[in-house]
Ligand binder design. Structure first.
Ligand code: ADP
Ligand code: MG
Length: 687
């Protein structure tokens, strides 16, 4: 008890400071500016005093009174109990944790102010752990609302307030926006806005401020959005100053992509042709491509990747394709190798689980340029991987990757073209902001002959009928996925739950070839299993969501998903996208446990009624609210703290305009602004 970490009476004494730095760091506050943006979570009105006789139990109030009596009571839990008196009555103050300094503060005869929740005790009114302060001589009452800051144990409110007040009066408050621009955009000055937020006038709507709906917030939200817009533009500008590996457009040298097109067992859909033209044009340009190809599951994004790789390779560059999982990387490798090997292109395969010798030879082939194409997982972005002449980096399902990995894939010397593929639809507002830096192509058409997957909602007790359906599909030469339920954390392991399902299916479908695939299997075993399924050596693949992303086995026509109500809609749609890839109609059975809640039924109905990933995402957005569906984090961009992309759409638009203006007029100010708001932005500004 020698130390006084929770001692509210010590208003940030000297010795507390080094520790305070640590505590602030814990709250993520390292710079003065971080602290200024550490805004109150609520406010208290400490501007008035209530006579003890007028206290109302259940309400918060402040009294000023003289300590009449103070004792440590050791009955039960040790506590400090003081009696305060003013002309109108008596108040008990009870401290369950206390320090010697509290006893000094509450020594009989001391005049104190106590602010807290009034409780009706058996012997009159009392306050438990009120905020206490000594009233020496004259202590004026505040004439603004008193902020209550989010804090951490050991960091007293009083300390934060004092430090904040010092900052609010200091040079840390400089406005990064030039005055002329500010007045053109009708934006208030920064300093008064911050002062208002930290110390609102007594009559202000404290709740609206705390909830960030008060108009005073506009400036900070605007600044935040502006920083984001600026960062994106600066990243783009920076990239465009770099030399890009322009692909050859000489018809005599562009035979590889053309030959690949001839070789494909299908012709491109109209949407694929359009997207390929867009990619092709980017590849031929002298600025690095930064393009996202968006297309629903099964729309045929892989072939676009293969064509782009072929174009880069025939122009003398190397290409790299990164996939989010081993499973998918391996499938890409086999598929693309099958397409490109006959054309004389050597591809290297790189994942984390290669043996040293294999790894060594893959690395060597990439460094020497013998291998023109690298396909793998994030192992591709590791330090030791060197390319002879990397011209194109392709990232499949890029929302699974952090921005760092994406960037690491780029050579420091110049910027290779970057192509990203995703099946995740992007809400418009997000596309406008986070992705303002990207060009987007959409494959909005499925290959011909695809019949939409028929989705059924089936109660788990009807499992026998489902098993019968699987038997008949297999008898007709087709294959099935059986997706295991998601595991509630701590209850079970994924592997053991999957094994139970597997054993059950095996017992229920004698004579069928059944395999089990889950994340805890050794990677070699996993890939052997997947290959066997692809080659038709397995009839039913019991699997966890490891098959969610990208796996392509056209002969698989049925998918059963256990406890479907537990899955997210996007996941269900992704999973379902694994079937109906061939020409026969696919069936997806969503098994659910009864009783199904209304909310769950409503969600499943969305997947049941639509086969369109964009529509599902829209509905999902409606149910869940924005922000959750596609976390900005997935896109590797810092999240917004104050602004809300949906609610503050008009501000987004203004921030976009201002960003262009500011960059033209005062690039220095623009940089300062980004540094202030997004200190971590350096990472992508240097891209
Ligand atoms: P995704 O967009 O989900 O990555 P894939 O690239 O895996 O889709 O393609 C899905 C399936 O459709 C693959 O079997 C692929 O060979 C096939 N495919 C792609 N484009 C066409 C097309 N134009 N015509 C017919 N089949 C196609
Ligand atoms: Mg894919």
């Amino acid at each position: 008890m020698a130390r006084a970490p929770r001692d509210a009476t010590r208003e940030g004494s000297q010795e507390a400071v080094p520790r305070v730095t640590e505590l602030l760091k814990k709250l993520g506050l390292t710079r003065d500016w971080d602290l200024l943006l550490h805004v109150p979570q609520r406010y208290r009105d400490e501007s008035t005093l209530t006579a003890i006789g007028d206290l109302v139990p259940g309400e918060e109030a402040q009294v000023q009174a003289v300590v009449h009596d103070c004792r440590v009571i050791a009955r039960g839990r040790r506590q400090l109990v003081a009696t305060l008196r003013d002309a109108s009555g008596e108040l008990v103050v009870r401290l369950l944790h206390f320090f010697p300094s509290h006893q000094t503060l509450l020594a009989p005869g001391q005049r104190v102010r106590a602010m807290g929740l009034v409780r009706g005790g058996w012997a009159g009114v009392e306050m438990v752990h009120p905020q206490l302060r000594a009233v020496a001589e004259k202590l004026p009452l505040p004439d603004t609302l008193t902020p209550v800051y989010p804090s951490t144990q050991g960091l007293p409110q009083a300390w934060i307030r004092r430090r904040m007040d010092a900052l609010l009066a200091s040079r840390a408050m400089t406005d990064t926006l030039p005055a002329d621009l500010r007045s053109e955009m009708a934006l208030p000055e920064l300093a008064p806005v911050l002062r208002f937020i930290h110390h609102p006038p007594l009559q202000a709507d404290a709740q609206a401020i705390a909830e960030r709906r008060h108009p005073i917030w506009e400036r900070l939200k605007f600044d935040e959005l502006l920083a984001q817009q600026l960062a994106l533009r600066m990243a783009r500008q920076k990239r465009q100053t770099r030399a890009a590996p322009a692909a050859s457009t000489d018809p005599d040298r562009t035979e590889l992509a053309g030959r690949l097109l001839d070789l494909l067992p299908f012709s491109l859909t109209g949407a694929q042709r359009r997207v390929w033209r867009e990619v092709e044009r980017d590849l031929g340009a002298a600025v690095p491509m930064n393009r996202l190809v968006q297309g629903d599951v099964g729309s045929g994004k892989t072939v676009i990747a293969a064509l782009a790789a072929a174009r880069a390779i025939e122009s003398g560059w190397q290409a790299a394709l990164m996939a989010p999982t081993e499973l998918l990387a391996e499938q890409h490798f086999r598929r693309i190798d099958e397409w490109l090997a006959p054309l004389g292109v050597r591809a290297a395969w790189l994942t984390g689980r290669l043996r040293a010798a294999q790894r060594h030879s893959a690395l060597e082939a990439l460094r020497d340029g013998d291998a023109r194409l690298a396909i793998g997982t994030h192992a591709l972005v590791q330090e030791e991987v060197r390319f002879e002449r990397l011209g194109l980096a392709i990232v499949d399902e890029q929302h699974r990757f952090g921005v760092m990995q994406r960037l690491a894939l780029r050579d420091p010397g110049f910027a290779p073209h970057l192509l990203m593929l995703t099946a995740t639809p992007i809400p418009r507002t997000l596309a406008m902001t986070y992705l303002a830096d990207l060009d987007v192509s959409v494959i909005d058409q499925l290959p011909p002959g695809r019949k939409p997957v028929a989705t059924r909602l089936v109660a788990a007790r009807r499992r026998p009928e489902v098993l019968q359906k699987i038997r008949s599909e297999v008898a007709a030469g087709r294959q099935a996925y059986w997706i295991c339920p998601l595991i509630e954390e701590g209850k079970d392991t994924e592997a053991s739950a999957a094994t139970r399902v597997y054993e059950h299916i095996q017992a229920s479908l004698p004579g069928l070839r059944i395999a089990l695939l889950h994340g805890s299997l050794a990677p070699a075993r996993r890939s052997a299993m997947m290959q066997a399924f692809e080659q038709g050596l397995v009839d039913v693949l019991v699997a966890t969501t490891v098959v969610e992303v990208g796996v392509d086995v056209p002969n698989a026509s049925v998918m059963v998903i256990e406890d479907a109500e537990r899955f997210g809609l996007a996941t269900l749609h992704q999973l379902r996208g694994r079937i109906g890839r061939g020409t026969q109609r696919g069936a997806c059975v969503l098994l659910y446990e009864e009783p199904l809640s209304d909310a769950a039924r409503q969600r499943l109905k969305i997947v049941y009624e639509s086969n369109d990933g964009f529509e599902i995402a829209r509905q999902d957005l409606k149910l869940r609210g924005p922000g959750e569906l596609l976390g900005a984090r997935q896109w590797g961009m810092p999240l917004l703290r104050f602004a809300d992309l949906e609610r503050d759409q008009q501000l987004v638009e203004r921030a976009r305009q201002t960003a262009s203006e500011l960059l033209l007029r005062d690039a220095q100010a623009a940089r300062r602004h980004v540094q202030r708001w997004l200190p971590q932005a350096g990472e992508f500004l240097d891209a």
